[in-house]
Design a protein around this ligand. Structure first.
Ligand code: FE2
Ligand code: FE2
Length: 447
């Protein structure tokens, strides 16, 4: 079988290497790489035709959307898009699955099995699709291997066709022999072969290394204290999407008041302290939801103090039960979650945690109970719709959807606007209507 000709467009060299390593483990490929969208378009013009394009969304000069539109208008090669966002975050991909049935979207972080499964659908394996050595080994660039492996593996070099010799064995410490590997690199060796049984652990190391690198480049978070406890908030990101400092200040006052109120109840205080001690996605997305809700609340003319007290209390309590599993499952549809039953039940369980003594109890509990309902009636647990979900719940739901989008896309304003335009029709109905209108003003959707 001829080699599969693959174009890899990604500004992160390590990801280019990871993609090629994954594909080489299962397919017979040749690669062309591009570090930005313009280079990718140039490659399609001059080095094609390709059998497959892998492209990141966020790249300098021209993004993955531009590459996709160019490819669609020319060779319409199967296109696999990678992004930290969801496909609905990007307006230019609205016809993605219609223009080529082999197009696929992989949300980052993706895993190697998902990529291999997609490519197998396009190029079903045949008996002779792999060269002999690919059945047993994966070919890896030595420099990259040294950079990101952190476990031991059996490493080989190729002496001649079908002839390999082991240069490194596994060890009890399960650590890579970096000195020895560096020695081979000094001698000019560029490619090594790793026993395929170590593929999964090598990928795990590579993804962990990549994750660390990407986190370093994230927008800076500031630290703020509420009730004597430290919280991390990305104020820089909030400013960049148009939330002014005075809104942030108003919201901080409301959050402080809410925390002091929660502390009056001993049981709630304990639960809250343990929740806050685990910084990260759970508390992070709760806080951003409050700042977004405050802006929408202000713009839509609701009684700020009264409404925000309920919203802030709900935001602190709404995902408490997800701590037992994985709070970041919160933005997944039920069928994609690892713990679907737990995800399905968390709004009901969380609502029961609100102190019953609170004068805000009923409204707050209702927001929590309804925070995963959706305007089209496809949410959970009750499949309510834009007319049956309570107005304050609608404010919360829209604010949390915006928050998820911001976190997925590192507070990228353009992505947020694309996302809001994509959901506009659905979120302009019923009790969501006036809040979506407020978003149109805040996020300048009509300009
Ligand atoms: Fe949540
Ligand atoms: Fe939730």
């Amino acid at each position: 079988m001829n080699k599969i000709k693959v174009l890899i467009a990604d500004d992160e060299p390590m990801l280019q290497e990871i993609y090629s390593m994954i594909l080489e483990a299962e397919f017979n490929c040749e690669f062309v790489t591009a570090a930005n969208g313009n280079e990718a378009i140039e490659a399609i013009k001059t080095r094609g035709p390709f059998d497959l394009i892998l492209s990141d969304y966020k790249m300098p000069e021209a993004n993955g959307g531009t590459v996709y539109l160019f490819n669609k208008a020319h060779q319409n090669t199967p296109f696999i898009l990678f992004s930290g966002g969801f496909l609905q975050d990007f307006a230019e991909f609205s016809d993605f699955y219609q223009v080529n049935a082999h197009n696929a979207f992989l949300g980052k972080p993706f895993n190697e099995d998902d990529l291999i499964a997609h490519v197998k659908k396009i190029f079903p394996p045949s008996g002779e699709s792999l060269e002999k050595d690919q059945e047993k080994y994966i070919k890896v660039n030595l420099r990259h291997y040294i950079q990101y492996t952190s476990s031991a593996a059996e490493v080989y070099i190729k002496l001649a066709q079908d002839k390999f010799t082991k240069i490194i064995d596994t060890n009890n410490a399960d650590a890579p022999e970096k000195d020895l590997l560096l020695h081979y690199l000094d001698k000019g060796l560029e490619t090594i072969y790793v026993d395929k049984r170590y593929f999964t652990s090598l990928m795990k190391d590579a993804f962990a290394h990549l994750q660390e690198k990407l986190l370093e480049s994230k927008k800076k978070e500031g630290i703020i204290e509420f009730g004597g406890l430290p919280f991390k908030v990305c104020f820089e990101g909030l400013n960049e999407i148009g939330i002014p400092d005075f809104h942030i200040q108003y919201t901080n006052d409301m959050i402080n008041e809410t925390v002091n109120e929660i502390f009056k109840n001993e049981e709630a205080k304990e639960r809250f302290r343990s929740y806050c001690s685990m910084q990260g996605f759970a508390i992070g997305h709760s806080l951003v939801t409050m700042y977004i809700a405050a802006s929408i609340c202000h713009e839509s003319g609701l009684n700020f103090h009264h409404s925000m007290k309920k919203i802030c209390t709900a935001a602190f309590f709404h995902d408490f039960p997800l701590f037992e599993t994985d709070a970041s499952e919160d933005w997944l549809p039920i069928e994609k979650a690892k713990h679907p039953d737990h995800l399905f039940n968390h709004p009901t369980i969380a609502a029961s945690f609100v102190p019953k003594t609170s004068e805000l109890f009923e409204d707050t509990a209702r927001i929590i109970l309804e925070h995963h309902e959706r305007p089209g009636g496809n949410g959970y647990p009750k499949k309510l719709n834009s007319f049956s979900i309570a107005p304050l719940s609608c404010l919360f739901i829209l604010s949390e959807e915006i928050t998820f989008n911001l976190i997925r896309n590192d507070f990228d304003f353009e992505r947020l606007r694309d996302f809001l335009l994509n959901i506009k029709e659905e979120y302009s109905l019923g009790n969501f209507g006036k809040f979506f209108k407020a978003c149109e003003t805040i996020f300048e959707l009509n300009t």
